[in-house]
Each structure stands twice: as C-alpha cells, then as structure tokens.
Design a protein around this ligand. Structure first.
Ligand SMILES: NC(=O)C1=CN([C@@H]2O[C@H](COP(=O)(O)OP(=O)(O)OC[C@H]3O[C@@H](n4cnc5c(N)ncnc54)[C@H](OP(=O)(O)O)[C@@H]3O)[C@@H](O)[C@H]2O)C=CC1
Ligand SMILES: O=C(O)[C@@H]1CCC=N1
Length: 270
C-alpha cells in the first residue's frame, strides 16, 4: 500500500524535507502539503509537483502527518486537526520545545506521536535529525520517521528528555557556525583582506575542518593541537579566545538555547 505523507505548515524546514524526500525517491503524488497562504501553496505545487490540501484533508488522507509550524502556532493547528486525525495516523512534530505529551493530550487517545529536531542543513541533505518516541509510538513508527528524515541527512534516536539539549546543540547549531564565519570574515577585513576573499578563505577552512572532524577519527583537541605550533601564530589566537571567555560564552549560549526550548513547551510562549 502506498504511504501518503503530509507536511503541515510547509515553510523553510517543511520544504527542505519535502525536497529531500523527492530527491530520495518519494513520488510527489504521494506527498501532500498545507500552507496558510494561497500563494505559498501554489509555489510549493509549482516547485515540487506536490498537492496542496487543507489541514483537515491532510489529516483524513495521509498516513503520516509531519507538523512543521512554529511552536507558537502548534496549538491552533492542533485545534483544527484533532477532530480529523484517526488514531492509526503517525503524527511527527518538527517543532522546537513542544513535548510529545502536548500532542497526545490533544489528539485521540492512543495516537502515535514522534518528536524530531532537525536543522537547516536539510537543505543540502546534511541535516542532523534527532528522534524521540512518544508514549504510543512503536519501533516501526521510529523506523518510518528515520526513513523520512534520512532523506535529508543523518538521524539519531534519543530519549525525549534530551531533546531540549539537542535543540540547543544541533537544531540551532548551524547558526553558531554562520555567526563564527561572519565574525571571522570581519576579522579578515580588519587585517586588510577584501570581504569576498576573506569569506572564501574562511568558508573553505570551515569545510576542511568539518571534513576532518567527521572523517579523521581524531579528537578535536588533537586536531587543534596539530595546527598549534610552538611559539607560532595559532597559540596567540587561542590565548585571546581563552582570555575573552569564548569557551564559557559558548557553554552559556547553549544553556540559554536549551532553556528557551524548555520554555516553548506549552506551544504558546511568545
Ligand atoms: N529554522 C530552523 O533552523 C529550524 C526550525 N525547526 C522547527 O521547525 C518548525 C518550522 O520552522 P521554520 O520552517 O523555520 O518556520 P517557517 O515559518 O518557515 O514555516 C512554518 C510555516 O507554517 C505555516 N503555518 C503556520 N500556521 C499554519 C497553519 N495553521 N496551517 C498551515 N500552515 C501554517 C507558516 O505560514 P506563513 O508563511 O503564513 O507564516 C509557515 O509557512 C518550527 O517549529 C521550528 O521550531 C527545527 C529545526 C531547525
Ligand atoms: O530558533 C529556533 O527556535 C529554531 C529551532 C532550532 C533552530 N531554529
């Protein structure tokens, strides 16, 4: 039997997922999308050949519902959906912060719910998606969720108690790297390089470092030590990073992201 999947609230994350699924072989005719605005629905149909439907139609027709609205819009979406979702549907939430219990309380008793935190590298099939089962989700539901999110990158199962931490690390993670590149490019300007050249140098260094982190099997400390020559340039930079508390700032930053994820738990926090 064909498995129909609906993406409800198809914005940045929803569209990245859709695009990855089609790239991985899902037939666009098996994919339904919902959008709040007509022009967005038309855009998705034109770009991907998928079928826009209403949220209620998606609930009635699709086997799997992936909810990718903002956490603050989740309550309204669920109010609209709940009367139409049969208990044999798998409901996957892609929203930050909101626990599976939020959905279980609003949907018919027994409805399987899976919580996923992905990230924007889904756009280039390099996402990191962390997956947790709700009370009624089975091993088969987790495997199906992995098949879907595996289309846009790596997946990892974690206990739901670790989802807020994962959101701080990998959900928001790409933003920290973009921020670093932005700051290092500014440093290049200060040192007299043209912006485009500084950007290219930093981006290629980031790609090289990322590949080494993934493929070399070496600990990051060892990789950094290999760059850091005695009485050389790198150690002077590291001393400045340490004296400006960059390590402590990163720890505090991720703690703040984790706390905000916890705060979003009610689905209504502005
Ligand atoms: N951006 C990121 O890096 C990540 C985001 N997430 C999570 O993914 C979710 C989506 O984020 P993102 O893609 O960035 O957000 P977007 O705002 O790009 O996408 C959400 C979409 O949902 C639409 N929408 C809202 N309410 C409804 C509704 N009732 N019915 C149909 N469509 C609706 C919005 O419409 P409109 O265009 O009119 O606003 C919008 O297009 C969030 O919950 C976020 O926590 C997870 C990992 C990373
Ligand atoms: O900033 C946010 O809330 C979303 C969730 C993770 C990344 N972006």
């Amino acid at each position: 039997m064909t498995q129909k999947v609906a993406v409800l609230g198809t914005g940045k994350i929803g569209e990245a997922l859709l695009s990855g699924m089609i790239g991985a072989g899902w037939a666009p005719t098996d994919l339904l999308v919902t959008a709040r605005r007509r022009e967005r629905a038309d855009e998705l149909r034109a770009r991907h050949g998928v079928t826009p439907v209403t949220n209620a139609e998606a609930a009635k027709t699709a086997d799997t519902l992936i909810l990718t609205v903002k956490p603050q819009d989740m309550g309204t979406l669920l109010d609209e959906l709940a009367p139409h979702v049969p208990t044999d549907r798998l409901v996957i939430s892609g929203a930050a912060g909101i626990p599976t219990s939020f959905f279980e309380e609003r949907l018919a008793p027994g409805t399987p719910v899976v919580r996923v935190m992905t990230n924007t590298p889904a756009l280039v099939d390099e996402a990191m998606s962390v997956i947790s089962a709700g009370t009624h989700a089975t091993a088969a539901h987790l495997t199906h969720t992995e098949e879907i999110f595996g289309a846009v990158g790596k997946t990892l199962r974690v206990p739901e108690s670790q989802q807020d931490a994962c959101t701080a690390l990998s959900g928001s993670g790409p933003a920290y790297f973009f921020y670093l590149v932005e700051a290092m490019t500014d440093a290049g300007i200060l040192l007299g390089l043209p912006r485009d050249k500084a950007h290219d140098l930093i981006v290629q260094s980031a790609i090289g470092a990322a590949k080494m982190l993934r493929d070399s099997g070496e600990h990051p400390v060892k990789l950094r030590e290999n760059v850091t020559s005695p009485a050389g340039t790198t150690i002077n930079a590291i001393r400045e990073l340490e004296s400006h508390g960059v390590r402590a700032a990163l720890i505090a930053a991720l703690e703040a992201a984790r706390d905000r994820s916890r705060e979003l738990a009610s689905g209504t926090k502005d």
